[in-house]
Ligand binder design. Structure first.
Ligand code: SAH
Ligand code: SF4
Length: 428
């Protein structure tokens, strides 16, 4: 989501003749777009800002900005830590940037954090997309779920869906520009449309509308909330040939008591039912997840349930993290239940080990099978050109084929599996 926001910020700035540079040191304006999901990411943002602050001592005309979740969370406090910052704006007012940038150019120090989203048709602005094959489209902002560990509802606010027609217009433009994959983004994409209250705007119907756009391209969506995945959504994934058979469904913990403490609205067995429903429908599907190790009060047995769940569900891949206390959140206040860093990181190590084990198992299942892939990039290794591609189910596949290039679709027969990727040969 942050990368997508950055592409939009760069696009808005291009309307004011700003050109992106790869060399930070030659920039007239530097903006850091921040994430505060864990303390580490917030710390990184401040340390980067500190480096820029030093540059400003020798180049006082340099303008420095900070935006994103750390900005939204810390607001004016940022000035206490980094008084040299010229521009602070939040997650709700990226589209206010045209007026904010004018004020900064007039040497004003600006702090524009609002809780009221600035609404506009995003198609009125350029987007400087970084990737030439895949294009991100945010479809819903914010989150209403209030998982007890998570800062997102506080930094990104309540759910706000973009209009279906606006998304279709953006998608048509993307396809006409030659992109081959669209990834729909949201903290909880299954909630798409609920706030519009028109009874017909749903993720399933959005997929159906996008699937009608002519052209050779495919569609993905992240992130799904386990208990919000409807039968209609599963039907739409089946009906729509352009929609990838891939689901990212964070489970967070394999123990129902911890799930309740996390305020996740499903139990362990409900999650199992959703996974088996999806696997029964789509034989080649990949299901990936997120897990947190060391949530406040988590016992060793409860943690074991997470390891067992990863095994039993045969998950294809999981993002993992040690619990990080966040400001404003309920779990962040459970100080007397906090586990030591040692326990959290020891559990994280075991979680990662389990993840590696099941990823390899999952990849081995595909050896001998044929997957349809999209070439994303090329690399040279030992004088040979290797094509790096992604299968419909999100698996990374490497192969050699001098006749194919970035942006091509083809069938590849899988010959070898490693933990994080597959190797194969093109099917002629
Ligand atoms: N909306 C998605 C996830 C968004 S945040 C969902 O509901 O699953 C991405 C991931 O960061 C989460 O899935 C969670 O695993 C992790 N995360 C969020 N807050 C965290 C915290 N305080 N400590 C550690 N990991 C956290
Ligand atoms: Fe955070 Fe939970 Fe919302 Fe995901 S669903 S963004 S984890 S509050």
């Amino acid at each position: 989501m942050n990368k997508s926001d950055s592409e939009r910020i760069a696009g808005i700035l291009s309307h004011f003749d700003y050109v992106e540079t790869d060399n930070e040191k030659e920039a007239d304006l530097l903006i850091i777009n921040t994430c505060s999901i864990r303390q580490l990411s917030a710390d990184k943002a401040y340390s980067h800002l500190g480096v820029w602050g030093k540059w400003k001592k020798t180049r006082p005309e340099l303008k420095i900005g900070i935006c994103g979740c750390v900005a939204q969370q810390d607001k004016n406090k940022i000035r206490q830590r980094a008084p040299y910052v010229d521009l602070i704006f939040g997650t709700h007012n990226i589209y206010e940037l045209p007026s904010l940038i004018k004020r900064v150019e007039n040497d004003e120090k600006v702090c524009a954090i609002t809780n009221k989203p600035v609404v506009c048709d995003q198609n009125d602005f350029e987007i400087k997309r970084k990737n030439s094959v895949n294009a991100w489209i945010p479809i819903i902002e914010g989150c209403n779920n209030f998982c007890t560990y998570c800062v997102v509802p506080f930094t990104r606010g309540r759910e706000r869906s973009r209009k279906l027609e606006e998304i279709v217009t953006e998608a048509k433009k993307i396809v006409s520009e030659g992109f081959k994959e669209i990834t729909l983004l949201g903290q909880n994409v299954d909630s798409y449309g609920k706030d519009l209250n028109d009874g017909k705007t749903t993720l399933a119907n959005l997929l159906r509308a996008l699937n009608k756009i002519e052209g050779e391209f495919r569609i993905r969506f992240v992130t799904s909330y386990p208990s919000d995945i409807t039968d209609d959504l599963i039907d739409a994934v089946e009906e729509c040939d352009k929609v990838c058979k891939y689901f990212h469904i964070p489970m967070q913990s394999g123990n129902s008591h911890i799930l309740e403490e996390m305020n996740r609205h499903y139990t362990k067995s409900q999650y199992y039912e959703i996974v088996s429903k999806i696997r029964n429908r789509f034989p080649d599907v990949a299901i990936t997840s997120d897990f947190i190790a060391g949530f406040p009060g988590e016992t060793e047995e409860e943690f074991q349930d997470t390891l067992n769940a990863i095994d039993e569900l045969e998950l294809d891949y999981s993002n993992t993290a040690a619990y990080s206390p966040r400001v404003f959140t309920k779990a962040g206040k459970m100080v007397d239940k906090f586990l030591s860093e040692e326990v959290k990181y020891e559990r994280l190590d075991r979680l990662n080990e389990k993840n590696r084990e099941v990823c390899l198992k999952s990849n081995e299942k595909f050896v001998g099978r044929t997957l349809n892939v999209l070439v994303e990039s090329k690399t040279e290794k030992d004088g040979k050109i290797i094509l790096n591609s992604r299968a419909d189910n999100n698996k990374i596949v490497h192969f050699e084929d001098e006749t194919k290039d970035v942006g091509d679709f083809l069938d590849v027969k899988i010959t070898r599996a490693q933990t994080w990727c597959l190797y194969g040969e093109p099917v002629k």
